[in-house]
Design a protein around this ligand. Structure first.
Ligand code: EPU
Length: 431
C-alpha cells in the first residue's frame, strides 16, 4: 500500500507541465491492434493504467519499445488471436476497448467484463448496442463479453446512443474503422479524447468525420498503416492543478494545456474568485488571501463540467464562503470521498446525487483514504490546503492517472512525500 504524507497550509507557486491525456491513451493503445505497421505514439502519460494496458498488449504479442518515458513504439502485426489475460483485464475499465479492437482486427473477441472505479452500476449496454448495429453478434457468458462478426462480416450501420457514453462512442469507432460499410453514431460523446481518438485513427488511414459533434461518421477502410501521433494534454490533470492552486492559494502556471478544453473549469474557478489567465497553451491560476466564493456545479458530458473534476472542485467549495452545491448527473454515486473531507473539517451533506457544502475557514490534516482516482486527487488538494499533516492511504489509486504527481508538486513548493508500506499491496482498478 502506498501512502502520501503532506505538510499543508502553504501556497503553491511555480510552473507545472501537464502530461498526455489518460483517457485518450487508454483507448488509443488498444486501437493500435487495428494497425498493420508500427505506431509511434508521443506524449503517452507514464501512469500505472497505461503500464497495465501495455502489459496486456505485450502478453498478446505486441512488440513494444519505450523510446523515452513518454514515447512508445508499438507494432501489433504479430499479435495472436489469443484472449487477453483476465487477471489484468479485470483491473482496468478501459480494457473494454479490447472488444472493439479485437472485433475489428480478427472479427471476434472474448474479453472479461471490465472492472473500474466504483461509482454504482457501470453497464456496457451501449457498447453492445453499437457492436450489434455494425454487424456483430454479442453474448455475455460467465463474466465474458463474446463478440463475433455476423456472416456478412462487420457491415457498419447506424446507432443512436441512449446515453451519451465516452466509452461506447470510442469503442464503436474502433470496431467500425475496418468495417465493410459506413457507420453513423448519433448522440455521440464529444469529449476532447473522442476527437483525439478520431485524429489518431485518421492519422493511420481511417476515414472518420464529425468527432467533437454529436454525430460521428466512420467510413470503413480496408486497412490502417503505421505512423506517428502525439496524444493531447490531459484536461483533468490540468484541472486538478488549477483547483489545487485555487484551494491552497498562490500563483501556478499550468502549461502544455489546450485552454479551450478547460473552459468550464476556468469559468467556475473565476466565478469562485480565482484569477485565471489564458495563454496559447497555458493557464495561470492565482489566488491571494481572499477567500473563494460559493458556487453551484452540475456535472455534464463535455462541454459541461466534467464528473472527473467533481471531487476536486468540492475541496474548493469546502473552503469557500457560503453554501455551494454539486449535482452529479453522470454517475449514481460519486460522493464517497465527502466523508473523508468531513474528517478534515469540511461540512458536506450528501443527499443521493447532490452534495451541499457549507464552506469552512480551514481544513485540518488527518489520515484519510483515496476512495478512487479522482477522490484521491481531491484528498491531495485538501491536504495541500489544510493545516498540519495529512496522510492519504491507498494512494496507489492516484498513480493510475497522475504522472509524477509528487515531483510536479515539489516543483510548486509543496511538502509531500510518498511512502511504500511494506505489506498488503492490493490491486486496484480505475477509470
Ligand atoms: N453508461 C450506460 N451504458 C453504457 C455506457 C455508459 O448506461 O453502455 C452510462 C454510465 O453508467 C454513466 C454514463 O453512461 O452513467 C457515462 O458513462 P461513460 O460510458 O461516458 O463512462 P466510461 O466510458 O465508463 C469514461 C472515463 C471516466 C469518466 C467517464 C465520463 C475512461 C477509461 N473512463 O468512463 O473516467 O468519468 O468517461 O467522462 O475513459 C476517470 O478518469 O477518473 C474516470 C472515471
Amino acid at each position: 500500500m502506498t501512502q502520501y504524507v503532506i505538510e499543508g497550509g502553504k501556497p503553491l507557486n511555480g510552473t507545472v507541465t501537464i502530461s498526455g491525456a489518460k483517457n485518450a491513451a487508454v483507448a488509443i493503445l488498444p486501437a493500435t491492434l487495428l494497425v498493420n505497421g508500427t505506431c509511434r505514439i508521443e506524449n503517452v502519460p507514464n501512469i500505472s493504467d497505461v503500464r497495465l494496458l501495455l502489459e496486456i498488449l505485450d502478453s498478446m504479442g505486441a512488440e513494444i519499445r519505450r523510446l523515452s518515458p513518454n514515447t512508445i513504439e508499438i507494432c501489433c502485426r504479430n499479435v495472436r488471436e489469443s484472449e487477453a489475460s483476465d487477471a489484468l483485464v479485470r483491473r482496468i475499465r478501459a480494457s473494454y476497448y479490447l472488444i472493439g479492437a479485437q472485433l475489428g482486427r480478427f472479427g471476434h473477441a472474448k474479453v472479461a467484463l471490465p472492472g473500474g472505479c466504483n461509482f454504482g452500476p457501470r453497464p456496457i449496454d451501449q457498447h453492445i448496442k453499437g457492436f450489434e448495429a455494425i454487424g456483430a453478434e454479442i453474448e455475455l457468458q460467465n463474466g465474458y463479453v463474446c463478440a463475433r462478426a455476423g456472416e456478412a462480416g462487420l457491415t457498419g450501420g447506424r446507432v443512436n446512443l441512449d446515453v451519451v457514453s465516452v466509452g461506447a462512442t470510442m469503442n464503436i469507432m474502433i470496431g467500425a474503422t475496418l468495417a465493410g460499410g459506413t457507420t453513423i453514431i448519433e448522440n455521440a460523446a464529444k469529449e476532447p479524447h473522442i476527437v483525439d481518438m478520431a485524429n489518431f485513427l485518421n492519422a493511420m488511414g481511417a476515414k472518420i468525420s464529425g468527432a467533437g459533434t454529436d454525430v460521428i461518421k466512420i467510413r470503413g477502410v480496408k486497412g490502417l498503416r503505421g505512423g506517428s501521433y502525439s496524444i493531447i494534454p490531459d484536461q483533468i490533470e490540468a484541472g486538478t492543478y488549477m483547483a489545487a492552486a485555487a484551494a491552497a492559494g498562490g500563483n501556478v502556471l499550468v502549461q502544455n494545456v489546450i485552454p479551450k478544453h478547460m473552459d468550464t473549469i476556468s469559468a467556475k474557478l473565476r466565478e469562485m474568485g480565482a484569477k485565471v489567465t489564458e495563454y496559447d497553451d497555458a493557464i495561470r491560476v492565482e489566488r491571494d488571501g481572499t477567500p473563494l466564493r460559493r458556487a453551484n456545479v452540475k456535472t455534464l458530458p463535455y462541454p459541461g463540467f466534467p464528473t472527473d473534476m467533481q471531487p476536486q472542485i468540492a475541496v474548493c467549495m469546502s473552503l469557500a464562503s457560503g453554501v455551494s452545491t454539486i449535482r452529479e448527473s453522470i454517475y449514481d454515486t460519486r460522493f464517497g470521498y465527502c466523508a473523508e473531507l468531513n474528517r478534515m473539517g469540511a461540512s458536506i451533506k450528501v443527499d443521493t446525487k447532490i452534495a451541499i457544502i457549507t464552506g469552512v475557514d480551514q481544513l485540518h490534516g488527518c489520515t484519510v483514504h483515496a476512495c478512487d482516482l479522482r477522490a484521491g486527487a481531491a484528498m491531495v488538494i485538501a491536504g495541500l490546503a489544510a493545516d498540519g499533516t495529512t496522510v492519504i492511504e491507498e494512494a496507489e489509486y492516484i498513480e493510475r492517472g497522475y504522472e509524477a504527481l509528487i515531483s510536479k508538486l515539489h516543483g510548486l513548493g509543496a511538502t509531500i512525500k510518498r511512502i511504500e508500506m511494506p505489506r498488503g499491496a492490493k490491486s486496484r482498478s480505475a477509470g
